[in-house]
Write a protein of this length. Structure first.
Length: 226
């Protein structure tokens, strides 16, 4: 009856869908204990399906650094280029510059290149093992120097490209440099530039042919083959 209804507490008329936020927070707190959020933007998703929602102890460690993979990487590096053409320059002062090292080995100019490993260690990469051995024995270095070997612990931190033997950069004339820059910028040079260059090359080619013919005639003389 209406009297019994009037005696009921106000909370009895509230739908379960409109319960206070406090009842929800207890449920959310229970789930937050299980999962640890690590990804940015997780608030934009309504499920716990993200990889970043997994507990810390369920995240598997990467096997990229396994001994087998490291061993194969080292073997690949050394099988391509070897190591005897590389000198390890260690114990360098923090103020050391590439130009300082090049000045010390100035007698081997255009036969090596400097490639840095860290702030106090660099590599002097030569064209051949003979050049590296000669430099190691003939130059008085003010720091520690050794020939890189397969057993060297430093090898694991050296990229394979840094073991590539040194190659001297080809000399570029001013004209060739202008032509390459213009080509890269999509600019067409004056046609006279190309024409003059071609005429010069053709003239030099003809001179070489004439000189070669004269040398041949002088060598054979009047010999008629009889």
């Amino acid at each position: 009856d209406w009297e019994a209804t009037a005696d009921r507490a106000p909370e009895a008329f509230i739908s379960p869908l409109h319960e206070p936020e406090a009842s929800k927070s207890s449920h959310l707190n229970e789930s937050s204990v299980v999962y640890k959020r690590r990804g940015r933007g997780h608030f934009a998703y309504k499920t716990n399906g993200l990889y970043s929602d997994n507990p810390s102890d369920e995240i598997s460690n990467s096997s990229d650094d396994s001994p087998e993979i490291l061993a194969r990487d080292l073997e690949r590096k050394t099988s391509i280029y070897g190591t005897n053409h590389v000198l390890v320059l260690s114990g360098l002062p923090l103020s050391t510059k590439t130009s300082d090292l090049e000045k010390i080995m100035e007698s081997f100019k255009n036969r090596f290149g400097i490639r840095w490993v860290n702030e106090t260690t660099s590599l002097a990469v030569f064209r051949t093992p003979a050049d590296a051995s000669d430099a190691c024995s003939s130059i008085r270095f003010p720091f520690q120097v050794r020939v890189l070997t397969v057993e060297d612990e430093l090898l694991s931190s050296i990229p394979a490209r840094d073991l590539e033997p040194f190659r001297r950069r080809p000399e570029t004339s001013a004209r060739a440099a202008r032509r390459m820059i213009a080509h890269g910028m999509g600019i067409r040079l004056d046609s006279s530039f190309g024409s003059n260059e071609l005429r010069k090359q053709e003239s030099e080619r003809r001179k070489r042919l004439v000189s070669r013919k004269n040398l041949k005639d002088e060598a054979w003389g009047d010999y008629d083959g009889d």
